[in-house]
Ligand binder design. Structure first.
Ligand code: SF4
Length: 222
């Protein structure tokens, strides 16, 4: 049973899984109709945009979240992304000038040493993509980052307490994310959550990673 399931009645759970299946079928049919590595990687931005729209819709309906530009408490936790998101970010980072890319790889290596043995609870280190309290890859940040919101920044600061969130936003976002991941797996493309910094380091330093993933291999073990 997932954490989400625990919050739902049996009828709500059934509705949730039906919605996940609907997303899965839609995404799988598009991946099957466009069998190319480039499509499989770039398609994930549609899922991310849909996750953005969930929060935007909630805000337009009057929800008042406490999230502000420059607030980065949620960037000091373990962040996970699925394979196509990781390769999508790597594509963007590979466009950086070589000196900047080398410096980022060095940062990712230091992050990997710190992160590799940390439990989810103990992972209180900054995301290696955080710069001056802003996300340096904002347009291609993973769906997991887009889903995050809070009604009370004071709770985010203490980190130990539960972050007050909108159950509706979480459910709708997770429906999209879970449905999409299932769809990738359905077409034999591994898709599960990996610690972003370590997975990114591998994807930037192993030029075979992307092709191996598209061949059906699990390339990340974090
Ligand atoms: S990818 Fe960007 S938004 Fe996500 S944790 Fe890292 S810095 Fe924050």
């Amino acid at each position: 049973m997932s954490a989400t399931d625990a919050l739902l009645s049996p009828e709500e759970q059934a509705g949730y899984y039906a919605a996940v299946e609907k997303v899965q079928n839609s995404v799988a049919s598009q991946l099957s109709a466009n069998p190319s590595k480039t499509f499989a990687i770039t398609f994930v931005s549609n899922v991310q945009r849909s996750v953005d729209m969930v929060s935007q819709q909630a805000i337009s309906q009057g929800e008042q979240f406490d999230c502000k530009v420059g607030c980065s408490h949620c960037c000091h936790v373990r962040v996970e992304a699925i394979e196509p998101e990781i390769f999508q970010i790597a594509h963007e980072l590979n466009k950086l000038p070589s000196v900047e890319l080398a410096s980022l790889i060095e940062r990712l290596q230091k992050h990997a040493i710190l992160a590799k043995d940390l439990s989810v609870q103990d992972h209180r280190i900054p995301c290696p993509l955080l710069k001056d309290n802003l996300c340096s890859i904002y347009p291609v940040r993973p769906a997991a980052c887009r889903k995050v919101h809070s009604y009370d920044v004071e709770k985010c600061k203490t980190r130990g307490s539960e972050i007050p969130e909108s159950l509706e936003v979480i459910l709708k976002s997770e429906t999209l994310m879970k449905g999409a991941a299932e769809a990738y797996r359905q077409v034999n493309l591994p898709a599960s959550g990996h610690e972003l910094g370590q997975a990114l380091l591998l994807s930037l330093t192993d030029e075979t990673a992307e092709a191996r993933w598209y061949g059906g291999e699990m390339v990340f073990d974090t």
